[in-house]
Design a protein around this ligand. Structure first.
Ligand SMILES: Cc1cc2nc3c(=O)[nH]c(=O)nc-3n(C[C@H](O)[C@H](O)[C@H](O)COP(=O)(O)OP(=O)(O)OC[C@H]3O[C@@H](n4cnc5c(N)ncnc54)[C@H](O)[C@@H]3O)c2cc1C
Length: 284
């Protein structure tokens, strides 16, 4: 097994082109090292990309663009992310403990393809798109289309996820991420749910985005719930139909963390909590 350190994007792409599917990108290593130590992966080479500085940038030009190597700690602490993407900042604060947040990256979180990726729901509700780069050029696709199945993404073996771009919270809008876990901030989600809302002139919900993780085989938006929320007043007790739509739209996973029926039971309450919390941030 070889360890190759890439000092630039070009170098990383050349190494990826050279090793193909036998090369394993290593960003923070918080997923990769666990998988390598357990024998789940046996790559011919690790391609270490952590030091490629330009991929740790955050830029704002209408949409927000995140380099894939931004760590959870940086996303949790950045002022622009806190004001434009509070659900992203909150999810980043809830990934593992501080050690994991210090080195774990947003790109690694998405490319690992886990159903429980905490950053996925807040990015999905912000209409995030990912840019995948290889020696053959770039392609940009909606994050919704990036997740294919459990542990399977649309990334080709010679591609590196370089950028993620996303929409800020709309005017008269708010967003929130709720994470149900056994041991609070240190644990992977039993269920994660992000909601983003915008209010219309009548004060009712005019725009809604809802996405979940640790519920289905991949993190995903639940469009049936989004439709059920539109026109509903933002007040406790008004979301029963949306909660039912949520439960009807998913066929939850059954795993070591929780049964499918437990997940079904908690989903409506988590939806209501996230939606009401969105409302607290909306200025009249
Ligand atoms: C103790 C512990 C607690 C954790 N808790 C949580 C939690 O609460 N919530 C949660 O969501 N996750 C959790 N994780 C999982 C992990 O920390 C996150 O998924 C993290 O964001 C992974 O980022 P990384 O940079 O360490 O990825 P790595 O381990 O370096 O890589 C992960 C995968 O992505 C690929 N990859 C990485 N970067 C790129 C890129 N730019 N382009 C293409 N492919 C790439 C790698 O080849 C690998 O397949 C936890 C892990 C540990 C060890």
């Amino acid at each position: 097994m070889q360890f190759c350190r890439a000092h630039s994007l070009d170098e990383a792409l050349e190494l990826l082109g050279q090793w193909g599917g036998d090369g394993c990108l290593l960003a923070g290593g918080t997923d990769v090292m666990v998988q390598y130590n357990s024998g789940a992966i046996t790559p011919g080479a690790f391609i270490h990309i952590e030091g490629i500085e330009p991929l740790s940038a955050i830029s704002i030009n209408g949409r927000t663009t995140l380099g894939a190597l931004n760590t959870h700690a940086k996303l949790a602490a950045d002022g622009d992310i806190a004001s434009r993407h509070p659900a992203v900042a909150r999810a980043a604060r809830l990934v593992g403990g501080w050690q994991t947040q210090t080195v774990g990256t947003v790109g690694g979180n998405l490319c690992n393809g886990s159903p429980a990726a905490d950053l996925a729901p807040p990015l999905l509700i912000a209409d995030a798109h990912v840019t995948l780069t290889s020696l053959n050029g770039e392609r940009r696709l909606p994050l919704d289309d990036f997740f294919i199945d459990r542990r399977a993404t649309a990334r080709r073996p010679d591609e590196l996820l370089t950028l993620i771009d996303l929409d800020p919270v709309p005017p008269r809008g708010g967003e929130h991420y709720v994470k149900l876990g056994r041991r609070g901030a240190m644990d992977v989600a039993i269920v994660g749910l992000a909601a983003r809302l915008g209010l219309g002139d009548d004060g009712n919900i005019a725009f809604a985005r809802v996405a979940v993780c640790s519920v289905t085989a991949t993190p995903r938006r639940i469009r049936e719930v989004e439709a059920a929320l539109v026109g509903v007043p933002l007040e406790a007790g008004a979301f029963a139909a949306a909660g039912q739509a949520l439960v009807a739209a998913v066929s939850p996973i059954d795993d070591a963390r929780a049964t499918a029926s437990y997940r079904r039971r908690v989903l409506p309450g988590l939806l209501e909590r996230a939606v009401l919390r969105c409302g607290e941030d909306i200025r009249p």
